[in-house]
Design a protein around this ligand. Structure first.
Ligand SMILES: Nc1nc2c([nH]c(=O)n2[C@H]2C[C@H](O)[C@@H](COP(=O)(O)OP(=O)(O)OP(=O)(O)O)O2)c(=O)[nH]1
Length: 319
């Protein structure tokens, strides 16, 4: 029987073991393995007949002596090494039993997403570390509808409730008003360490002080490469598998997929529902935010189905 391994693809399950304060565990590959001395997420090869989650549970027991109590599927990335092409199935492990111990005499290090202090890292893992910096909630402005003072108040409150990623999505706002609005948001957001992206359909220039761009789906489909330099964030709006594929091809940092549920901001759009959402993002390489009718409580279901988090326009006022 032809298996994925006979085509040279090695399936691997890997864990982002996360503390409530956002720190996660990296381990150093022991002597005797390819890339010994490189840092990686705990995990290992999936054996024939095993599900990725079972394989991960087995590996974490063998390597660290812990048992998974709650894990969420996250992203799935392929990478070609000289020894093999690996397909890495990442999970976020939120609860576990036991205290991680170095059962294979490997070094262990708890790290912060924005401040990784160990190296070298396995080459496949750079985008994974970058993805871990992304916060769980993506807030989208609606000042055209609310008026600037109310929109600023809503953003200020959202920042106080921990929101760390904001998109300015004012497509019809007059230039001077938009620039003043953007300046205020950027100053509020940067005061808390939050990132601000500008929607590519606004008239804000790329020198306006935002931390990157959010592409509309038509703009995403028209591009042949990622528009910003590596340091700037680049997100994209997707509604179907073609757009998701294009986003992964040009290598944006994350996507927003929807509408998942009915939403008054796009009342004429047919929502895809959670089942289709989960089907579309299964084995997808980039972090995905669910969009469309999202409320703060929807974070749990979105993550359970493999999303990175939720994007909200109205829901931010209920955080
Ligand atoms: N565990 C893990 N493996 C990774 C990561 N990133 C990455 O490219 N890999 C690659 C390295 C290896 O080619 C492959 C994992 O294979 P492995 O040899 O460590 O698997 P294993 O623990 O089952 O080892 P073994 O019993 O076969 O010796 O996946 C990561 O973050 N964690």
């Amino acid at each position: 029987m032809m298996t994925r391994e006979s085509f040279g693809i090695v399936d691997v399950a890997a864990a982002v073991i996360m503390q409530p304060d956002g720190r996660f565990l990296l381990t150093c590959r022991p002597e005797g393995k390819p890339y010994a001395g490189y840092w990686e997420f705990p995990g290992g090869k999936i054996e024939p007949g095993e599900s990725p989650l079972h394989a991960l549970d087995r590996e974490l027991q063998e390597e660290l002596g812990i048992q998974i109590l709650h894990a969420e599927p996250w992203i799935t990335r392929n990478f070609t090494y000289s020894h093999a092409t690996v397909c890495l199935h990442f999970f976020r492990v939120i609860r576990w039993q036991g205290m991680p111990q170095a059962r294979e005499h490997q070094q262990l290090a708890w790290q912060r997403p924005d401040q990784v202090t160990v190296s070298p890292m396995l080459p496949a893992n750079a985008p994974v570390l970058r993805a871990l910096i992304l916060p769980p909630v993506y807030a989208i402005t609606r000042a055209t509808e609310l008026g600037v003072p109310a929109a600023l108040q809503q953003i200020e409150l959202a920042l106080q409730h921990g929101v760390r990623l904001i998109q300015i999505r004012e497509k019809t706002m007059e230039k001077d008003v938009l620039q003043a609005f953007a300046e205020k948001i950027i100053s509020l957001a940067h005061g808390t360490g939050a990132y601000v992206l500008r929607n590519s359909d606004t008239i804000l220039p790329d020198t306006c002080g935002t931390d990157g761009i959010h592409l509309t789906a038509p703009q995403l489909m028209a591009l042949s490469s990622r528009p910003t330099s590596g340091d700037n964030w680049c997100g994209a709006s997707c509604h179907n598998s073609e757009e998701l594929y294009q986003a992964s091809l040009i290598g944006v940092d994350f996507v927003v997929l929807g509408p998942v549920l009915q939403t008054s901001s796009h009342a004429d759009a047919t929502p895809m529902g959670w089942r289709k959402f989960a089907d579309l993002i299964r084995d997808y390489p980039l972090p995905v935010y669910a969009l469309g009718g999202m409320e703060p409580d929807d974070q749990a279901i979105a993550r359970e189905l493999g999303a990175h988090g939720v994007a909200m326009i109205r829901g931010t006022s209920r955080l």
